[in-house]
Design a protein around this ligand. Structure first.
Ligand code: ADP
Ligand code: DP6
Length: 332
């Protein structure tokens, strides 16, 4: 192979309204439940991959910083899956930019592995389908399987140990009056990754026994609410689902929580917004930042109210986002 195998893709993050929390098979990255998310326009990752005989080993540069051996190995394992499909042992340079805080509960791993999967597919001319790419992205990070699509996306849990049966698909284009506001209370990387946290919860939390049943009910209800474009109902279900997920962590042993004082203040602020007649509901992931689901037509009013108590720079408004797309190559 003499020519350059190179591609650059942009993929957007997604925030789950019905959460994925726990794997039934850690090696195959198969989830305990299905989940449902909204892809966001405001937060994304751009990742270029360059396979070449000029590299003796894989390289991983994130936001212009060479990453640790541990991070590089994680990327190498992911690249191996694509190398296997192409039947090549070419090493690669991966150059990525996160337009989202890394490891802060704003889903950087979702946009990251979706972008990397798309770049590998194009660079190596594999011609994988969206569904196949969703499966490949899942191996990098479960939530990444959903970032292969825009709008509302459902990730099917699949059956048994069949790795090919668990992938995401578009559920609704979200081309109507819906938006999300990220209230960033702390941009720092978390100490406890989602991966460790969900496993610890499964292994030690007595409340986890209830989780799958709750998700099944919430998923059915939110799908009906999305089809009816009933934001109030969507918000109520999503807020309750997030709090149930966090409750499983509070009951873990030892117990832990991603809530910080500012997160609690943000949740209370959202409840107060509702009292003023605005339609706003919160959700939170494995990090202290709070995301608010609302009609896009109300974002200006919500932003104005929140600005009284939070730094306006930390209030980031987003419309629903698109599926990944190819972008121009970075100069080598
Ligand atoms: P988050 O809430 O940001 O998704 P996670 O702990 O789930 O946090 O994932 C963060 C991890 O994802 C990082 O520690 C890193 O290993 C990986 N990651 C983040 N951004 C990138 C990127 N652009 N390219 C490759 N891997 C990334
Ligand atoms: C709370 O997808 O980051 O954001 O599959 O181990 O990489 P791994 O975990 P990850 O977990 C996301 C957890 C969540 C909920 C969600 O996005 O559904």
């Amino acid at each position: 192979m003499t020519k350059d195998f190179i591609a650059n893709y942009q993929a957007h993050t997604n925030i789950a309204l019905i959460k994925y929390w726990g794997k039934r098979n850690q090696d195959l990255m198969l989830p305990v439940t299905s989940s449902l998310s909204l892809t966001l326009e405001a937060f994304y990752t751009q990742t270029q991959v360059h396979f070449s005989k000029d590299y003796d080993e894989d390289q991983f540069i994130l936001n212009d910083q060479i990453q640790s051996a541990q991070e590089r190995q994680k990327i190498s394992r992911f690249l191996n899956r694509f190398r296997q499909l192409k039947n090549t042992d070419l090493k690669a340079q991966v150059t990525s930019y996160n337009h989202v805080p890394t490891a802060a509960g704003l889903a950087s791993s979702a946009s990251a592995f979706a972008a990397l999967a798309c770049s590998c597919n194009e660079a190596l001319e594999l011609k994988l389908s969206q569904e196949e790419l969703s499966i490949m992205a899942r191996f990098g990070s479960g939530s990444a399987s959903r970032s292969l699509f825009g709008g509302f996306v459902e990730w099917e849990k699949g059956q048994g140990d069949d790795s090919q049966s668990s992938y995401a698909h578009p559920f609704d284009e979200a081309d109507w009056d819906i938006g999300m506001i990220a209230l960033v209370v702390n941009q720092k990387a978390k100490k406890f990754s989602s991966r460790q946290a969900m496993q610890h919860t499964i292994e030690t939390s007595p409340f986890y026994a209830l989780w799958a049943e709750e998700v099944a009910k919430d998923l059915e209800a939110i799908k009906a609410a999305i089809k009816a474009r009933d934001i109030q109902k969507i918000g109520q279900i999503a807020e309750h689902n997030a709090m149930k997920m966090h409750a499983t962590m509070l009951a873990a042993n030892p117990s832990f929580s991603y809530f910080q004082a500012e997160s609690l203040k943000a949740m209370e602020a959202v409840r107060q917004l509702r009292k003023t007649g605005l339609t706003a509901y919160f959700t939170m992931d494995a990090g202290p930042n709070v995301k608010i689901i609302c009609p896009y037509s109300q974002v200006a009013a919500i932003q104005e109210k929140l600005s009284q108590d939070f730094d306006p720079q930390n209030i980031i408004v987003s419309r629903p986002g698109p599926q990944p797309f190819s972008i121009p190559l970075i100069n080598q």
